[in-house]
Design a protein around this ligand. Structure first.
Ligand code: DGJ
Length: 733
């Protein structure tokens, strides 16, 4: 052996022994691992993210395989990048220390593993500045079977005076992959959640919101990252993520000089510096992510299971089908009209009637969106006998009763505004600026929190039978200023964070007292959709846009992140030209509701709806609790197809929707490959939701093997006249 070889071998051995002596923290789920390592200087970095290794000891030497030797080695991959010393990249943390110094360094101190139960573990890693006593504790909650990671941190002021947090991300991740496709979603009212995909290049791509409340109007805190090139439903590396925070957010995707990707995600530091007194801590919201190397489908199903098992109230339970009166009446109703509509709900066969906006306000009646918001007393003209009467009549009609509220907001034309101007977010010295004629109440103020809580509590106390709440939130925060913070001599920059935490305090109290009531997170449709609020809400309103064609796309996109049981989908007259069958079939892939005047339906349409609701009652558990398989994308084809399969692979339901109407392209001339079934089982396939005027062309009740359905597939015969086709698939023995 010559000298050179000997030297190389010695270096390798020394390196290996050295690596083994470094602190390595492997955060493992069922299939994947995120590995952190403290280097020789005790700086904590991400050294691996990907498939789990068979030999755990080898995690320690992963970092050696990368030859990162420029000045930024050891900082690019930092597990929580500080600022003000030698780091020149986007930080996770920016602090002004008690003495005014703006530099921070974070070094590894210790870590702990906590087993929460047989599926969940929590690992916390303590970091501290070697000069200042400020600490950062990184938390990693790992949901083993779901391959879902939840990550947040707590920053504690251990100094003698006040420190200011100028930036406080939740997560700082590092991906060593080759090509990053980022899908983010944008839009505005009625055009929410439009996906856009781009290949990330050098520099920083930022996604953010500064709207304060209804923060997701233009952009939700949600993204999909495909690592190592484009992924499909079944193949490729995919990370689906959501920041569990209902306020301003900021995601920075920074490609470094090695071509790796840094992700810094958290609450938006925009106008939001946060002061901590000695010994005070700041807890960031959590970033949730589901990771899969088997495509988008698996990543979604993991996220759905996590949401149902761990986040959304009653996630594995049931929901109420409903008839809503918003599009049927808008503000123009009285108790007689509402009671008449109850008969429509009964006739349809839904579980509940939902009374929407317009039932309150006396001095300033809520007869339009410009008055009355904030005055939560029944309007005596419209509802002379109060809500109690409606609840009684609904019960007599054999249906449940639900109610709309928007308790965080106020119209300037209201008694609330007249009596409690100091509760309103506004600037005394500037003209008021309205969004939908309203302003936002200051939820940083405990008195306002009490008020909002009492709006709900008094409705429930007076009417304990109320079975459902639709919680709306239509305005953004303009002229961000809190009289309360001023009175308390706290910085105005606390408002954005304290608003959200105030909201969560109210929701915590409501859920403590009313743990079971289903609540819809509405926010004008798509204006507040995140796993922070879905801790309290059983479902959410995706968009006011209920055009069924638009909905196919919208529900498709939301389905990547949220389970069907949370997606409120209503049949409305938004697009009157669409058939009732198409509208209903589309709404059935989520949580079904109606917002129509039932008496205006033709007889065949009514018969169809009644039958469809009976079918829905029969298959809803497959949709709500089964696994979703997206089969054919509406973005790449003239039709969309997706299916849900129950856990035992005994029952499934397949939805097919035409999304184009160019004659040549519209036929489904090829079979669609089904997924998620058991290839060794036999299944009977039957078309359901047949409209009396459009007889089925499908050969019903034919038996196929799962093997056949997943290899050869099934042709649902989608045509210009069969523009939506729903199939029920049932195991036969
Ligand atoms: C916006 C919601 O998205 C609608 O469904 C409806 O409830 C209106 N607000 C009522 O003002």
């Amino acid at each position: 052996m010559n000298k050179i070889y000997l030297t190389i071998i010695i270096v390798l051995i020394v390196n290996t022994l050295f690596s083994q002596s470094l602190v390595t923290i492997a955060l493992e789920s069922k299939d994947y691992a995120l590995v952190l390592q403290a280097d020789e200087n005790k700086r904590l970095g991400t050294v691996y993210f990907g498939k789990k290794l068979a030999q755990k000891t080898e995690y320690a030497i992963a970092a050696q395989q990368y030859d990162y030797s420029d000045n930024n080695a050891g900082i690019y991959n930092n597990a929580y990048t500080p600022s003000g010393t030698w780091s020149m990249i986007e930080p996770a943390l920016q602090v002004t220390h008690a003495d005014g110094n703006i530099s921070t360094e974070l070094l590894y101190i210790s870590h702990e593993n906590q087993v929460i139960d047989k599926n969940v573990k929590l690992i916390n890693v303590l970091l501290q500045d070697p000069v200042y006593k400020t600490t950062v504790e990184l938390f990693y909650k790992i949901y083993h079977n779901e391959n879902v990671f939840e990550q947040w941190c707590e920053i504690k002021n251990g100094e003698k005076g006040t420190v200011v947090l100028n930036k406080y991300a939740s997560t700082n991740l590092y991906f060593s992959n080759s090509e990053f496709h980022l899908t983010h979603y944008n839009g505005t009212w009625a055009r929410e959640m439009k996906p856009e995909t781009e290949v990330l290049t050098a520099g920083i791509k930022t996604l953010d919101s500064k709207l304060g409340a209804r923060t997701n109007l233009y952009q939700p805190p949600t993204f999909m990252l495909e690592l190592d090139g484009k992924a499909s439903e079944q193949h490729g590396k995919v990370l689906l993520s959501n920041l569990a925070w209902s306020g301003n957010f900021k995601f920075d995707f920074e490609k470094d000089s090695y071509g790796n990707l840094r992700l810094i995600a958290g609450a938006n530091p925009y106008n939001a510096a946060y002061e901590l007194k000695p010994n005070e801590s700041f807890k960031t919201p959590a970033l949730i992510y589901s990771y899969s190397e088997n495509g988008k489908g698996t990543a979604s199903r993991q996220m759905h299971r996590w949401a149902k098992n761990y986040r959304v109230p009653d996630g594995n339970g049931s929901r109420l089908t409903l008839l809503n009166n918003w599009e049927a009446t808008y503000f123009d109703f009285d108790e007689n009209k509402i009671v008449e509509l109850f008969q429509g709900a009964k006739k349809l066969g839904v579980d509940m009637f939902l009374l929407d906006d317009g039932w309150f306000g006396n001095k300033y009646p809520r007869n339009g969106d410009n008055a009355g918001l904030g005055d939560w007393q029944e309007n005596r003209k419209k509802l002379p006998h109060g809500l109690g009467y409606l609840v009684k009549e609904a019960t007599a009609a054999g249906i449940k009763f639900g109610i709309w509220v928007e308790p965080e907001m106020v119209n300037p034309k209201s008694e609330l505004y007249e009596n409690h101007l100091d509760w309103v977010i506004r600037q005394d010295k500037r003209p008021e600026h309205y969004f939908r004629n309203q302003l936002v109440l200051d939820l940083s103020n405990p008195e306002v929190q009490d008020f909002v809580y009492e709006v709900l509590d008094s409705i429930f106390t007076k009417n304990p039978e109320i079975a459902f709440v639709k919680w709306d939130c239509n305005a953004v925060i303009y002229n961000a200023h809190s009289d309360y913070l001023e009175k308390m001599k706290l910085p105005q920059t606390h408002l954005y964070v304290d608003y959200v935490n105030g909201l969560y305090k109210v929701l915590d109290r409501i859920r403590k007292k009313y743990p079971k009531v289903p609540m819809m997170l509405c926010s004008g449709g798509g204006g507040r959709v995140d796993y922070g609020s879905l801790k309290y809400f059983t479902e959410f309103w995706l968009s006011d846009n209920t055009d069924p064609l638009e909905r196919v796309f919208l529900q498709w996109d939301y389905s990547h992140f949220y389970p069907a049981i949370t997606l409120c989908a209503h049949v409305t007259n938004w697009d009157k030209k669409a058939t009732i069958k198409y509208r209903t079939d589309v709404a059935m892939m989520g949580k079904l509701g109606f917002d129509i005047v039932v008496d205006e339906l033709s007889q065949p349409d009514l018969v169809y709806c009644q039958n469809a609701i009976r079918n829905y009652d029969n298959i809803k558990n497959i949709i709500w609790q089964g696994d979703l398989f997206r089969l054919v994308s509406p973005y790449e084809n003239p039709y969309a197809s997706l299916m849900f399969v129950d856990e035992k692979k005994e029952r499934a339901v397949m939805f097919n929707y035409l999304v184009a109407n160019r004659f040549d392209f519209t036929y489904s001339y090829q079979p669609i490959l089904l997924r998620g079934l058991d290839s060794s089982k036999n299944y009977k396939v039957k078309e359901i939701n047949i409209h009396p005027d459009v007889p089925s062309t499908f050969e019903n009740d034919k038996i196929y093997s799962g093997d056949f359905l997943m290899k050869v597939g099934l042709n649902p015969n989608i045509t210009l006249v069969r523009e939506s086709v729903v199939m029920e698939i049932q195991e036969v023995n």
